[in-house]
Design a protein around this ligand. Structure first.
Ligand code: ZN
Ligand code: ZN
Ligand code: FE
Length: 760
């Protein structure tokens, strides 16, 4: 018989998803010999057999990969045949191979889901059922290479049945490291506030009863505790808000399945795919007019964050409850998520009425991720559980290992080594000690298990950010400060393998500039190691500094004070009827005398100000609330826009939106709807951005354009800007990496590498 050989390289999400056992079975079924191994970029297979056998083997690989795998590249080449007796799974060899072998946590697969609802199965209603296609990974791993002894499952000894599955290449549980069953694996318990177990019954069924009677239950999941309650009960959700000290910020909702999601949200195919993806993020979708959710879930908000169950425990709970549940991070307002049993009992005592806990330890806490479809593609807004620690491949390998410390809000850090950058889990706002501790611990853990010893520390320019202070405390000699918006732009460049130069549009709330002022509406001519600030927005005064970011009416006042040349129509704007006249006078003085009224360039501030002025909302109850409401108010069909001016004599060029402000306020006074005014505002920003980019391209030549910064989480702004630019430019948006400050560490990492490389 004629024997042929092939070397097959497969790239994509193919590690930690049961791919090698799948290849092994495919080889056996096709009658092919050879080997499969993980390498740094994916898996490599050597296959030997008859042309027919090899053809069948390749077809099988391409057509029915494991559910969690995603094949991005498939490359087969002929090699000389070698006489091999069998097909084997080879060990990984290098440190890099070990590093990429750490997979993210995977949502329960369809087969495991069927088993837990099958009364004849030995895993019937077992909440820790998993297989090579699904289950916890990153959050329970203590060290690399990834095997059971290096996870929090080490203390559970497999029973003979589980052991047999684990050893058998035939089984879906062949080398499924967290493999477990009711006989040998972790157990769930429902405990009260004293930590005492409730006697008898089924803990999950009892927890469901508690939820149905309006109680709040802390539920231990994959990356930490959730606080759960009945999402249809106004009183339950209000109680959760009171106890959690969270007044209006929307809660995420878990629903049983896609049909239940469709009943609440308006889903397109991209949303459906994101909801059912193995990462199982929270997906932001438009809420239907009438749903069973109570108003308190997301007050006044046309969007709702939905997710599907991603552990067997969730599946069982949702099936028992039979209605949507609020599932919000187990913490008080902005603290880090609780993830250890004792800690949760201690910290969540005042919030939860009962605790559904278990004895599988969580090694690394990891919050739920958040995704939104922007310009037709899912965009990760918070990159954490399900994505971390999947590395981002960089175009040019790191010269030296880098730790990038991130920014202040929505912090993540990033480690770069070899060809990869690993963004860490979402840490949250680094403004309190508990968050800082969690941040330090997360960095240490990740450095340890990826075996990365950074030589270069990258950080924001802002000296007060706790991430910057952390950088200063590190012993490494090389510290590189990276300008905030440069980091945003390079983060997008890195994701798309762009070397630069690019025109980087970076719009956000605030970030410290190289001149010591707050930037945030920037057009940069950017390369990896440097940038030139081509244009910025005319600054807005923030009377009272940070106070103005909560009391957004102050920014609204500053904006009209400027736009109407010191004679703003205060009496005609209903917003100001909600404010004490004495306070208005005081703030006007601050603006006019420029006392305690720092000037900032952030585009986000325009959203705050216009939202306050036109919607009549004086205060923001959480970061970005008014900006979000203003964004969501926009009428999708309105095409009108306002005038604006671009001053190209100034250096950097200055985008002046005073005329827009005047016309928008006049429209409001004339009784035009906020929907129309908001739409015109968005159209104006998009048109002004396109004008900036065109002017820059005229001077500096054509080049790719990247859109980055928190403002581009705004789908309407992103979409209209892309439409304005689309025909003339290659425009890149974030996909895998958040456009906001949660993605900035990747940019810091790559900038620091480029700078140190140049220095030699
Ligand atoms: Zn499974
Ligand atoms: Zn077992
Ligand atoms: Fe930012």
């Amino acid at each position: 018989m004629k024997v042929e050989g092939r070397r097959i390289a497969i790239r994509g999400v193919v590690q930690g998803v049961g791919f090698r056992p799948f290849v092994w079975r495919a080889a056996r079924d096709a009658g092919v010999t050879g080997s499969v191994r993980n390498d740094t970029a994916g898996v490599t297979i050597e296959a030997f057999g008859s042309p027919l056998a090899i053809g069948n083997f390749i077809r099988h690989l391409r057509e029915s990969p494991p559910p969690a795998a995603r094949i991005r590249e498939f490359h087969a080449e002929r090699i000389a045949p070698v006489d091999q007796p069998a097909f084997v799974i080879a060990d990984s060899r290098s440190v890099d191979e070990h590093r990429v072998s750490v997979p993210p946590d995977l949502a329960t697969c369809a087969k495991c889901e069927r088993e837990i609802f099958d009364p004849s199965n030995r895993r019937y209603r077992y909440p820790f059922t998993n297989c090579t296609n699904c289950g916890p990974r990153f959050t329970m791993i203590r060290d690399v290479p990834y095997d059971r002894a290096a996870t929090t499952m080490a203390s559970f000894r497999m029973c003979p049945d589980c052991e047999r599955e684990y050893q058998s290449p035939e089984s879906r549980r062949f080398h499924a490291e967290p493999n477990a069953c009711p006989v040998c694996g972790p157990q769930v318990r429902l405990v009260d506030l004293a930590g005492e177990g409730t006697a008898g019954g089924n803990p999950i069924a009892s927890a469901s009863e508690a939820l149905l009677s309006g109680r709040i239950v802390a539920v231990k999941g994959i990356g930490g505790f959730h606080l759960a309650c009945d999402a249809t009960s106004e009183s339950a959700v209000r109680r959760l808000r009171d106890r959690k000290r969270r007044d209006e910020k929307p809660f995420a909702v878990m629903v049983r399945d896609l049909a239940a999601a469709e009943a609440i949200g308006i889903l397109g195919s991209e949303e459906r795919q994101a909801l059912t993806s193995v990462e199982r993020p929270i997906v932001l979708v438009s809420r239907r007019e009438v749903t069973e959710l109570c108003e308190a879930v997301a007050p006044g908000n046309p969007l709702v964050g939905l997710m599907l169950p991603y552990t067997p425990l969730h599946h069982l709970l949702l099936a028992d409850v039979g209605r949507p549940l609020v599932m919000t991070s187990g913490n008080l307002s902005d603290e880090p998520i609780a993830y250890r049993n004792n800690e949760a009992l201690d910290r969540l005592r005042g919030v939860a009425d009962a605790f559904l806990v278990h004895d599988r330890e969580i090694e690394t806490p990891c919050d739920d991720s958040v995704v939104r479809v922007i310009c037709g593609s899912p965009t990760v807004l918070r990159r954490s559980r399900g994505y971390v620690p999947r590395p981002i491949t960089v175009a040019r390998p790191f010269d030296r290992a880098v730790l990038a410390c991130g920014a202040q809000l929505k912090n993540t850090f990033c480690l770069g080594a070899g060809s990869f950058a690993w963004l860490g889990p979402h840490v949250g706002d680094l403004d309190q000690l508990s968050a800082y501790r969690a941040y330090e611990a997360a960095i240490q853990r990740m450095e340890q298990f990826l075996r990365i010893k950074p030589e270069v520390i990258a950080h924001d320019l802002h000296p007060e950010y706790l991430s910057t202070r952390y950088a200063a405390s590190r012993p490494e000699a090389i510290k590189i400060g990276v300008q905030h918006h440069h980091a945003h732009v390079v983060s997008a460049m890195a994701e798309h393998h762009l070397d630069g130069p690019v025109l980087g549009v970076a719009y956000d709330g605030t970030g410290l500039g190289t001149d010591g002022t707050a930037w945030g509406g920037e057009l940069l001519l950017a390369e990896l190691d440097r940038f030139e600030r081509l244009a910025t927005f005319r600054p807005v005064a923030l009377p009272g500094g940070d106070k103005a970011i909560r009391d957004v009416w102050r920014i609204g006042l500053a904006l009209i004070e400027d736009a109407f040349n010191g004679d703003p129509p205060i009496e005609q704007v209903p917003l100001f009827r909600q404010i004490e006249p004495a306070e208005i006078r005081l703030v006007r003085q601050m603006i006019q005398r420029r006392v305690n009224a720092p000037r900032a360039h952030g585009v986000g501030r325009y959203f705050d100000a216009l939202g306050a002025l036109v919607l009549g909302l004086p205060r923001s109850h959480y970061e970005g609330q008014i900006a979000l409401y203003w964004n969501l108010a926009a009428d999708a069909s309105e095409r009108g826009r306002y005038p604006f001016a671009l001053d190209v004599e100034a250096k950097p060029w200055s985008l002046d939106l005073r005329e827009m402000v005047v016309e928008a306020v006049r429209d409001a006074i004339a009784g035009r709807t906020p929907a129309t005014i908001s739409a015109r505002f968005h159209n104006t920003l998009a048109a002004a951005t396109a004008e900036l980019v065109r002017t820059a391209a005229h001077v500096h030549g054509p080049m790719p354009v990247v859109l980055t910064g928190g403002c581009f989480q705004n789908a309407r702004l992103a979409e209209s800007t892309v439409v304005e630019l689309g025909a003339d430019f290659d425009v890149y948006l974030h996909r895998e990496v958040p456009p906001g400050d949660g993605g900035i560490a990747l940019g810091q990492c790559v900038v620091a590498d480029a700078i140190t490389r140049k220095r030699g």
